[in-house]
Design a protein. Structure first.
Length: 187
């Protein structure tokens, strides 16, 4: 990791995170803080209530295990020694869908928004998917998440579907926007 103040995030993969047990333990704590804070603020990350530390630890353990077997990628973004973002994709488990993966989460600490962290994480995960032989990388985003949808489009994702008012958060309803990046169409 880099030290001191830097404008470019350092992007680590699952193996780098887990090679140092101390870094791995701090990662779970920091990831929990970021995810809980974002969800508390209304972020569209799949939880209505902030996840517990145990939920985040279980999720990270699952993704790291899948990454070790080539069925996932996990990336973490650091500014200096501070975790400011994370993201991952998971390969589909069914044999007929093995060439495909879902970009599950990209979460960036609110204090680091606008610093290129989400772009760097997403670009690294796209490169990991391409290297792993993924043919189609899919994702879904809440329709009101304009910044994320703009980022994904700028990185080559195209919208292939929209489920109106599909996501329910209390009394509010949001579209679920389905996007894909088809590596088969790229040379």
């Amino acid at each position: 990791m880099t030290s001191g103040a830097t404008t470019e995030p350092a992007i680590l993969d699952a193996m780098e995170l887990t090679s140092d047990p101390d870094l791995g333990a701090r990662f779970v704590e920091s990831a929990h803080r970021i995810l809980a804070d974002l969800v508390s603020g209304g972020a569209a990350l799949g939880w209505v209530e902030p996840p517990s530390r145990d939920e985040v630890a279980e999720l990270v353990g699952h993704v790291v295990s899948a990454a070790r077997s080539g069925d996932a990628a996990l990336r973490a973004a650091y500014l200096g020694h501070r975790l400011v973002g994370l993201g991952y994709w998971l390969r589909h488990a069914r044999p007929t869908h093995r060439p495909h993966a879902d970009l599950e989460k990209i979460a960036v600490d609110a204090a680091a928004h606008g610093r290129g962290v989400g772009r760097a994480l997403t670009a690294a995960l796209i490169a990991d998917a391409r290297e792993a032989g993924i043919e189609v990388l899919t994702l879904d985003a809440r329709g009101d998440n304009i910044n994320a949808l703009h980022l994904y489009r700028s990185l080559g994702f195209t919208e292939y579907g929209r489920l109106p008012d599909f996501v329910a958060v209390g009394e509010h309803r949001y579209d679920k926007v389905l996007c894909m990046l088809d590596f088969r169409r790229q040379s």
